[in-house]
Design a protein around this ligand. Structure first.
Ligand SMILES: *[C@@H]1O[C@H](CO)[C@@H](O)[C@H](O)[C@H]1NC(C)=O
Ligand SMILES: *[C@@H]1O[C@H](CO)[C@@H](O)[C@H](O)[C@H]1NC(C)=O
Ligand SMILES: *[C@@H]1O[C@H](CO)[C@@H](O)[C@H](O)[C@H]1NC(C)=O
Ligand SMILES: *[C@@H]1O[C@H](CO)[C@@H](O)[C@H](O)[C@H]1NC(C)=O
Length: 358
């Protein structure tokens, strides 16, 4: 990891060359008065230039050589706002997001290959947690990554159970709430997932929040779609790894509650919490007023079931839609398990990814 990442004074408001907060305006961010004729000419020229050169203008990617994009300055994408990014990728009012720091790039690529096979890749927005990821993704696939400041220290952000990891995942509900406030439905995925099918047909009805169970116990195929009852810890065990939210007040309320719960129970050495318990408390506490929907286990099994019960996998053959490589800790172990199950696609199919080989 290059050291320049840590030299950037990202928290210094004066380091931002753009005087207008990206969040305060989704339209014009350039301090030019549109009433002066000179400015109009400049603006028109700008539009022409941007129309040709702006990576988010919808020009075919093949127009650019990857190296040309990658070699442009690091700050190139700094002012690309979430509003711009969401409006660029959204299709039918929906975006698919993940949050990725540099060490997870191989998993991102693996996940992207599987989404491309289901023809949903155009909706994908990568929330880059560091500048290296922002530039890497946008260099290869312009417009598909955004960084919502501040960037995290990527060295500390990826150790499961660490405070850095907690900080990393604690940002998730804020990002999702922002996207809902912009008016988009949003599907969130962890990138240690692989799509075997298209999940969208499973998002039946008009519920506010859709999610999957992280419990390994086998359920009948016709199980209830309601929030499962609380377990031993007084709350359910829903996975915060795959969530679909409609841009409704109900979904926004769940995100706000999730943020509150994270603040109420911050990370501690003893607890080594991640963001999942807080999500479950939020679901439990809003269940009376928000329309929640549990997705079918056979289509969205936890890794604790899919990778551990061969009998069940055989019985539910052909029904699996998204596989989550959880219930295992460590990059190498996860990669090995994906390889063992033929789900590590980056070795032989990297060219199917919009990022290509990384
Ligand atoms: C667009 O979204 C609506 C409502 O969410 C859905 O019913 C419809 O099937 C979607 N259309 C496409 C082409 O995905
Ligand atoms: C995590 O966030 C807390 C509170 O914002 C901060 O004090 C701490 O330094 C952060 N730790 C890491 C490792 O990022
Ligand atoms: C599932 O099917 C069984 C057997 O057909 C039935 O007894 C049960 O009530 C069903 N459960 C639900 C939640 O529909
Ligand atoms: C594995 O799956 C089978 C078939 O669904 C089920 O009967 C059995 O209880 C499961 N085993 C465990 C340990 O959950």
């Amino acid at each position: 990891m290059s050291s320049f990442l840590h030299q950037r004074p990202i928290q210094n408001p004066f380091s931002n060359a753009n005087p207008i907060s990206p969040r305060s305006s989704s339209t014009s961010q350039r301090p030019i008065s549109i009433f002066s004729p000179t400015a109009l000419i400049i603006l028109l020229s700008l539009m022409v230039i941007l129309g040709v050169f702006a990576p988010w203008s919808g020009m075919p990617q093949s127009m650019f050589s990857n190296s040309k994009m990658a070699s442009s300055s690091v700050s190139k994408w700094r002012d690309y706002s979430l509003a711009e990014a969401a409006s660029f990728v959204a299709k039918n009012g929906t975006v698919i997001v993940c949050a990725v720091s540099q060490p997870y790039l191989p998993f991102l690529n693996n996940w992207l290959i599987s989404i491309t096979r289901q023809k949903h890749q155009e909706k994908v927005l990568v929330i880059a947690e560091d500048y290296a990821t922002l530039d890497k993704v946008n260099g290869k696939w312009p417009g598909h990554a955004v960084l919502i400041p501040p960037a995290l220290d990527s060295q500390s952000a990826h150790k499961f159970g660490s405070q850095g990891f907690f900080n990393f995942t604690a940002r998730r509900p804020r990002h999702l709430l922002q996207i809902l406030e912009l008016g988009y439905n949003v599907m969130y995925n962890d990138v240690d997932m692989v799509w075997l099918g298209d999940p969208f047909p499973y998002l039946e009805g008009n519920h506010d929040v859709y999610f999957t169970d992280d419990m390994t116990a086998v359920k009948p195929l016709n199980h209830s779609h309601g929030l499962p009852p609380p377990g031993k810890k007084g709350r359910p065990y829903i996975c915060s790894c795959m969530i679909f939210l409609r841009a409704t007040d109900g979904a926004k309320l769940v995100m706000k509650k999730w943020i509150e719960e994270l603040q109420a129970q911050p990370w501690s050495k003893a607890q080594k919490a991640n963001d999942q318990p807080a999500f479950n408390w939020a679901l439990l506490k809003t269940a009376g007023v928000v329309d929640l929907y549990l997705l079918p286990q056979a289509a969205f099994p936890t890794g604790g079931l899919y990778f551990k019960n061969k009998t069940w996998v055989r019985e539910t053959k052909g029904m699996h839609v998204i596989i989550h490589n959880n219930y295992i800790i460590g990059f190498e172990k996860k990669i090995k398990r994906f390889r063992d199950y033929g789900l590590w696609l980056v070795d032989d199919h990297a060219l199917e990814s919009p990022l290509g080989r990384l």
